[in-house]
Structure formats: C-alpha cells, structure tokens
Design a protein around this ligand. Structure first.
Ligand code: UGA
Length: 442
C-alpha cells in the first residue's frame, strides 16, 4: 500500500518511518525544501533516539522517500496522513492554518477514493470540519473518508511508542476507511495492541483527556511535593505508596519544575478553552495550568533562598530541554526559570547535551554563557541548578564540581541526587518535596 504523510515533525517523521517499517511504501511531504533536502541526505532535523537508524533502514530498502510536492504523492497513495503542526494561537486556542491549507490542497488534488487520517492533535470537531472542507471542494462523484487517529508517542521515546503503543485509537464514520487503516496497523495486531474504534469527536476527545489527565497527575504531585516540604514529609515515598494502589498507578507522579513540551501546555490550554466555548467549565484543567505556572516560578524562589539575593550571582543551569533525550525546548521550564533569573539580576551559565542550539533562539550568547559541559558551566558559580534530568548529570564527579564552584549550593529540580549523600559531600542542597527532616526519620 502507498501512503503519504504530510508534515515531517516529530509525529510525521516517526509515523512515516514507522509505517515504512511496517511494510508500507511511504512518501513524507514537507513544504520546507531545506528540511526535505537534509532528510534526503540522511540528516534528522531534531534529536530523537533510534529515529536516524529507522529512517536510514527504510530509505535503503526503498520504502521511504521524501518530497515537497503534495499532488504527485497523493495521486499514488490510497491513504494520506495529516501530521502538520497545530501550534497554540496565543489565546488559548489552536492555530489550524496548516491543517486547513492541507485539507484544501487535498480537496483540489484527489481524483479517486482516498482515506485522510488526522494524526495532528486537533480540537474536537476538527475532523468533521476537514471532512466538510474536502466534500465542499471535491467533485460529488469522488468520495473521501476522514479518520481521526491521535498519536500518543512521547518525545525521547517516540520510535518505541510508535512501534509498541499502549493502544491505537481510530475514529471514523466509514467502515471502509476503518478497515483500510486497520490493515496498515496489522503488525500491531500481532503484538496484541488494543484497538479502540469510535466516532470522530470521541477519538479527538480521547487525546485531550489523556494528555490533560497526565498533566493533572504532574500538577497534583507537584502540589503534594510543595506541601511535603512544609510539613516534613518525603514526596518520593508518598508517590511510591500511592502508585502501589493499582487504581492510581505509579507513573507521572514524579515531582519537578513543572511540565513543558509541545503538548501538555498547549493541550491543557485547548481543553480549557473548549470547556469555556461549550459553557462546560474544565475547572480541574484550568487549575492544573495555573499550578504549573506557579511551580516554575517557585523554582526560582527556591534557587534564591539558597543562593541568596540573585543580583550579580552566577547561576549554572544544567539541562535546557523540557525533558531528557530531546533537543526540544518548547515550553521548557528552563525558559521561565532562566528568564526570571536574568530579570532578578543573575548571570546565567548553561549546559545541555542536545538543546543548546534551540535555546540560543530564545536566549542569545549575550544573555547566557553557554558552556561545553556541566563542569565548565558550574565553574565559579554561586549555585548549580539541575533543571533537566539528563542521564549524564546523574554520574557527575560532584567532588570536582565542589572544588570549582564559588559556593557549594546545588538545587536539584529533578530529584536525581540522594540528599544525604549531598550533605555528606558538603553541599547546601535542596530538591523538590524531600526536606532533610523527612529523610532523617528512616
Ligand atoms: C506527551 C504524552 O506523554 C504523550 O503520550 C503524547 O503523545 C504527547 O505528549 C503528545 O501529545 O504528542 P511528551 O510531551 O513528549 O509526551 O513528554 P512527557 O514524557 O509526557 O513529558 C511531558 C512533561 O511532563 C515534561 O516536561 C516532563 O518533564 C514532565 N513530567 C513527566 C513530570 O514533570 N513528571 C512526570 O512524572 C512525568
């Protein structure tokens, strides 16, 4: 089967390469010529473990190609996946400009039956709207069916999540289209992946409800962590014991500086907005958003409380991406934290294993002293702050760091170090939700 995937971002490129690996002939389309040229040279536009190998393998076996022209790709494909960006519109809504442009271009191009599958995260009602745009602009005798197929992959684990998803959600009103898309995902049947088949709006809602629920877990545990600090309890033990209750589950109960990334912030905003639009308030989600904003600022207060007045202090930031194993800095807590540190008069030195170039688009080399490794970032600093839990920070030579800093202050916003060991090493140390008083008890 021939498939077109429109958009070569995280979702489009991973889906395109993954579907080629499932045995499909896939052409990935992007309007950005330089991106397509780079992909043809084997260059992946972002850091994602395992993706380069997956792309290389499928380009080599001839099942994965790239192009900038939609029409010729669509002509030879039965199924077209839409995986273009759906950024925030800046007012809590979602900017559907790219989706609309693709739907209109598809409508002008199709000359026989096609299945259009939406993978981009789109507000509830969008797939029906896509179907209407296509119907309106296509000759009456040509039938096109729309399927909503939200993607649940995580950046940093995208290939694994695509190849071994927890579930596949398919929303459509056409049995024929559903049968075709199920056939594409046949390899997942073999590994007993559950398939949930629904209507269009339900599939769209599943995606938002899932992301909002995960974001809720994070904001919940962050508030519990803050309270743990006040009452002298250990949030890790609290989360562990909570997670042992199978109705709660252990995942996404790790406290930190707040959630970031291209999905949770945007999707919680969009769901809250949808609730307002339909006069069906999403009060929990609204609170999750404000708790998350407060958490990021709280981290700066935490830094100040240990480092002292931030004016002219040198603060070393370890980790800039919104989470490890990605170069993505969209909505990274590091952006708010660094911005506020600078506003309070601090000098910032920073190191990230993959996200420096991306971060430079937000904070220039005049604003931040970017360093080539953690040790050089820490040198001469008044406080070292771990913002992203990259694996390489877990095994730093902390003795060496202590020798080179101005004052031995370490603020661990991801709880990667043992507080007792840090005390033994002579650091003035704090993390999130683990006061030393709580640890003394065990
Ligand atoms: C998230 C979802 O996990 C995916 O299922 C979904 O497909 C994706 O959004 C999307 O909608 O496209 P992602 O944004 O890549 O994936 O990253 P996560 O691993 O979910 O982490 C999101 C943020 O939450 C990060 O900033 C992370 O540090 C934070 N987080 C996560 C915590 O603070 N605590 C946790 O326990 C877990």
């Amino acid at each position: 089967m021939h498939i077109t995937v429109i958009g070569t971002g995280y979702v489009g490129l991973v889906a395109g390469a993954g579907l080629a690996d499932f045995g499909m002939h896939v052409i990935c389309i992007d309007k950005d010529e330089s991106k397509i040229e780079a992909l043809e040279q084997g260059e992946i536009p972002f850091y994602e473990p395992g993706l380069k190998e997956l792309v290389e393998r499928n380009v080599k076996n001839g099942r994965l190609t790239f192009g900038t022209e939609l029409a010729p790709a669509v002509k030879q494909s039965l199924v077209i996946f839409i995986a273009v960006g759906t950024p925030s519109d800046g007012q809590g809504g979602v900017d559907l400009t790219f989706v609309k442009a693709v739907a209109e271009e598809l409508a002008e191009t199709v000359d026989e039956y096609k299945v259009v599958v939406t993978k981009s995260t789109v507000p509830v009602g969008t797939n029906r709207w896509i179907q209407e745009i296509i119907n309106k602009n296509t000759p009456a005798e040509i039938n096109v069916d729309v399927v909503s197929n939200p993607e649940f992959l995580r950046e940093g684990a995208a290939v694994e999540d695509f190849m071994r998803p927890n579930r596949v959600v398919l929303g459509s009103e056409s049995q024929q289209a559903l049968a075709i898309v199920k056939d594409i995902y046949r390899p997942l049947y073999l590994i007993e992946t559950p398939f949930v088949v629904t209507g269009l709006e339900t599939a769209e809602m599943i995606k938002y409800a899932s992301n909002a629920f995960l974001a809720t877990k994070i904001s919940f545990i962050n508030e519990i962590a803050n309270l743990c600090e006040a009452v002298g309890a250990d949030v890790h033990q609290v989360a562990k014991a909570m997670g042992l209750d199978r109705r709660i589950g252990p995942k996404f109960l790790h406290p930190g500086p707040g959630f970031g990334g291209s999905c949770f912030p945007k999707d919680t905003e969009a769901l809250a907005r949808l609730g307002r639009d339909y006069d069906s308030p999403m009060q929990i989600v609204e609170t999750v958003i404000s708790v998350n904003e407060a958490q990021k600022m709280r981290m700066v207060d935490k830094i100040e409380s240990l480092a002292g007045d931030l004016k002219s202090k040198r603060i070393a930031i370890l980790g800039l991406s919104f989470k490890p194993n990605t170069s993505d800095v969209r909505e990274s807590p590091a952006i708010t934290i660094v911005g506020e540190l600078l506003a309070r008069g601090a000098h910032v030195a920073a190191y990230d294993p993959a996200a420096e170039d991306e971060f430079k688009r937000i904070f220039s080399t005049e604003q931040i002293d970017y360093r080539p490794n953690a040790y050089e970032a820490a040198e001469g600093s008044d406080a070292v702050v771990v913002v992203t839990e990259w694996n390489e920070f877990r095994n730093l030579d902390l003795g060496r760091i202590k020798q080179s800093v101005k004052q031995p202050v370490l603020i661990d916003l991801r709880n990667i170090y043992d507080p007792r060991r840090m005390k033994e090493l002579g650091f003035d140390y704090t993390s999130v939700g683990r006061p030393l008083s709580a640890l003394k008890q065990c």
